[in-house]
Design a protein. Structure first.
Length: 140
């Protein structure tokens, strides 16, 4: 797996523009949802099983994150906090790249072994997060 910097090829999808737009639109939709006083999202897995799912607490974690209460966000859902921090870093990168028209970062030469490692790491992170939620926040 190699990380390279290069300019966009003609007709190539501009991932930075697409995902920054999706991120901003999602934030606006979530803010509007809560500003209008609409009901909080309900976890169907929890309603059926009585156990928190792997993403339970993510909404509360996001609210705490946007209020700057990072330790509280961590306690609600550690993986959600990591995702929000990563997304924030990506959004800053995408904004700077779009404004300056700088070369883009791209991953090249992703081998089968590298893909298997990433899949295994993602499954392990989800499992560890779920175990944490089952132990630390059973009453979410």
């Amino acid at each position: 797996m190699l990380l390279s910097r290069r300019c966009l090829a003609p007709g190539e999808l501009d991932h930075e523009l697409v995902w920054l737009s999706v991120s901003i639109a999602s934030l606006g939709a979530a803010a509007s949802w809560f500003a209008l006083g609409l009901p909080w999202p309900r976890c169907m897995f929890r309603a059926i099983t009585g156990l928190p799912c792997v993403t339970c607490g993510s909404t509360r974690s996001a609210i705490e994150f946007f209020h700057g209460h990072f330790l509280s966000a961590l306690s609600w859902n550690p993986l959600a906090l990591v995702a929000l921090c990563t997304l924030s870093i990506f959004n800053v990168y995408a904004f700077v790249v779009l404004i300056t028209r700088a070369p883009r970062l791209r991953i090249a030469g992703f081998t089968a072994t590298g893909k298997k490692f990433v899949r295994t790491a993602v499954v392990a992170l989800l499992a560890m997060n779920w175990i944490y939620l089952l132990i630390a926040n059973p009453g979410i």
